[in-house]
Write a protein that binds this ligand. Structure first.
Ligand code: ATP
Length: 369
C-alpha cells in the first residue's frame, strides 16, 4: 500500500485572495495502511485538502508525496487513488455490474478478469445478487456499497472518502461505519476519510486530524484527542455534550494551586499543578459532563471539590440524562444515569473528578495542564 506525506501545504483560491487561505501550512505523515480521519466544522478545509491529495485541486504551495514520489503535478488517474463521495456518483443508466466494471474496462482489462474481479468484490460487499439492477432500483445503503465496490475493484493504493455515509439514515450509518472499518482492515488500504461528525471520527480513525479555519489543531489517536485535547477548540469540538468551560483564576496559596471562581475554589491535584507554568493566571477550567456528579444540597458546608448550583433543566437521552446546572452567570452540563431524577429549581452540589479537570490559557486557549 502507500504512505502519504504532506508538507507545508497551502491553498489560496484565486477568487478569494483577500481572505485567509482555505488550507494553511498543513503538515502530516500518513502511515501505510493507516485509517486517518480529517474532522472539523463546515468550511475548515477538509475537502480542499482531500481534493489536493486526489489531484482534483491545484496546490498553491507545499508538496504531497505518495510513497517517495512527489505527486503535485501527477494527473489524478496516475495516482492510484480511489475516491468515494457522499453522493455516490454512480452512473444512473448503467447496471451495478457496469458501474463497478467501468474503470476496469477503461484499463482494457480482459473480460473474464473483469467478471471475476467485480463478482469477487460484490460478494465481499454483499451486493452480488443485485448486480443486474440500476442504481435507482436499490437502497441508499446498497448504493453506498456499490460506490465502495467501484473503488475497490481498482485495487487502489489509497482510498479517499468524503463524507461517504452522510446520506444514510442513522441506523444504516452506524452499520456501514463498522463495515467500512472491517473492509479497510481486510484490504489494508491507506485511507483518508473526511467527516464533520466527531463520533464518526472517534469510532473510525486510527488517528484523527482536527481542523479549524484551514489550520490543523491536533493530530492524535481518538483516545488522546479526547483525554488530552491540545486546545479549547478541540476540547469543545470532540465529545457530546461538549466539555464544560468555566472561567477562573489560578491562585497559588501555601504550596497549593487553586482554581478560583467568584463562587468557589477548587484545589488542582499536585501532579496537574506541577505541569502548569507559573505565568498563567487567567484560565478556563475544563471538565467533561461525565466527570461530575450531582446530589441535593443539604444546607451544610461544601467540602471537597464541589460547588453549589441550581438545576435549570434536563434532557433524557436514552440511558443518560443531561442535567443543566446554573451557578451565577455560568452553567455546566452534567451527565447522570437516566434513572436519576432531579426537580428543576432544586439546589444541588456538583462534585468534580479533579484528576480529569483541565486548564486552558484564557488568551491562547491552549491546554496548559
Ligand atoms: P464542508 O464540511 O462544508 O464540506 P470543508 O471543511 O470540506 O467544509 P472546504 O470545502 O475545503 O471545507 O472549504 C474550505 C474553505 O474554502 C471554505 O471557506 C470555502 O468557502 C472555501 N472554498 C471551497 N471551495 C472553493 C472554491 N472553489 N472557490 C473559493 N473558495 C472555496
Amino acid at each position: 500500500m502507500a504512505k502519504v506525506s504532506i508538507r507545508g501545504l497551502f491553498k489560496m483560491y484565486p477568487n478569494a485572495k483577500d481572505v485567509a487561505p482555505a488550507v494553511h501550512d498543513f503538515n502530516l505523515e500518513i502511515d501505510d495502511s493507516e485509517f486517518i480521519v480529517f474532522v472539523g466544522p463546515s468550511g475548515c478545509g477538509k475537502t480542499t485538502t482531500l481534493r489536493m491529495i486526489a489531484g482534483l485541486e491545484s496546490i498553491s504551495k507545499g508538496e504531497i508525496y505518495i510513497d517517495d514520489q512527489i505527486v503535485n503535478n501527477l494527473p489524478p488517474k496516475n495516482r492510484n487513488i480511489a475516491m468515494v463521495f457522499q453522493n455516490y456518483a454512480l452512473y444512473p443508466n448503467l447496471s451495478l455490474f457496469e458501474n463497478m466494471a467501468f474503470s476496469l474496462r477503461l484499463k482494457k482489462m480482459e473480460k473474464f478478469e473483469i467478471n471475476e474481479s467485480v463478482k469477487n468484490k460484490a460478494k465481499k460487499l454483499q451486493i452480488e445478487h443485485l448486480l443486474d439492477r440500476l442504481p435507482g432500483q436499490i437502497s441508499g445503503g446498497q448504493r453506498q456499497r456499490v460506490a465502495l465496490g467501484r473503488a475497490i475493484v481498482r485495487d487502489p493504493k489509497i482510498f479517499l472518502m468524503d463524507e461517504p455515509l452522510s446520506n444514510l439514515d442513522a441506523k444504516m450509518r452506524v452499520r456501514m461505519r463498522m463495515e467500512l472499518i472491517k473492509l479497510q482492515r481486510e484490504l489494508g488500504v491507506t485511507t483518508i476519510y473526511v467527516t464533520h461528525d466527531q463520533i464518526e471520527a472517534m469510532t473510525m480513525g486510527d488517528r484523527i486530524v482536527v481542523m479549524n479555519g484551514g489550520v490543523i489543531q491536533q493530530v492524535d489517536t481518538p483516545e488522546n484527542i479526547y483525554n488530552y485535547p491540545a486546545n479549547r477548540f478541540v476540547a469543545g469540538f470532540i465529545g457530546s455534550p461538549p466539555m464544560n468551560f468555566i472561567k477562573g483564576k489560578l491562585v497559588r496559596q501555601d504550596g497549593r494551586l487553586l482554581f478560583a471562581h467568584d463562587r468557589f475554589a477548587l484545589e488542582v491535584p499536585a501532579d496537574t499543578a506541577g505541569r502548569i507554568d507559573l505565568k498563567y493566571k487567567d484560565v478556563y477550567g475544563g471538565i467533561r459532563p461525565e466527570n461530575m456528579t450531582i446530589k441535593p444540597y443539604d444546607g451544610g458546608d461544601v467540602a471537597g471539590p464541589s460547588f453549589r448550583g441550581t438545576i435549570e433543566g434536563a434532557e433524557l437521552v436514552g440511558a443518560d440524562r443531561y442535567v443543566y446546572v446554573r451557578f451565577g452567570g455560568d452553567e455546566v452540563i452534567v451527565r447522570v444515569d437516566a434513572r436519576e431524577r432531579h426537580q428543576n429549581g432544586m439546589e444541588v452540589l456538583v462534585s468534580l473528578e479533579m484528576d480529569r479537570f483541565l486548564c486552558f490559557d484564557l488568551h491562547s486557549e491552549h491546554r496548559i495542564s
